[in-house]
Design a binder for this molecule. Structure first.
Ligand SMILES: [Zn+2]
Ligand SMILES: [Zn+2]
Length: 139
């Protein structure tokens, strides 16, 4: 009894810590990045714990999870409906300000019988930093 209670408390602490990290960063982080940051202060937290908590938080809608075309899923503190631009050179992701395309899923010719729940819209290009450096870091 006691042990499961302790375990539950520990899980809650870890979950809060992981959520706080995503919110504090105010950016779009991969599970590995969250783990790297959390483990600086809490070296005992395993990568698996971070992954599990992130997916659970995303499932619950506390944070958002975005699938990126070339890279790991990103977790977003901003759960409102918004879009992203990714830098093809350094991989930095930013939020795009634009009016949301309401009901875009209804405009899809759904010939495959899927029940659509949403989409990830990602614009690609170069961020200002990489443009200033003249594009690709091909060294
Ligand atoms: Zn860049
Ligand atoms: Zn975002």
């Amino acid at each position: 009894m006691n042990q499961s209670r302790m375990c539950k408390t520990r899980n809650t602490v870890q979950r809060a810590l992981i959520l706080e990290t995503v919110r504090d960063l105010k950016s779009h982080v991969s599970a590995d990045e969250v783990h790297a940051i959390v483990s600086r202060t809490h070296p005992t937290i395993s990568r698996g714990t971070v992954y599990r908590n992130l997916s659970k938080l995303a499932q619950e809608g506390v944070i958002a999870k975005h699938s990126m075309p070339n890279g790991p899923d990103r977790f977003d503190y901003n759960v409102s409906n918004h879009y992203h631009a990714v830098c093809e050179n350094c991989g930095k992701i930013v939020d795009i300000e634009m009016s949301c395309l309401d009901g875009i899923e209804n405009k899809v010719d759904n010939t495959h019988g899927y029940s659509l729940s949403g989409f990830d819209l990602v614009f690609k290009g170069l961020c200002p930093d990489c443009m200033a450096k003249g594009g690709k870091d091909n060294g």
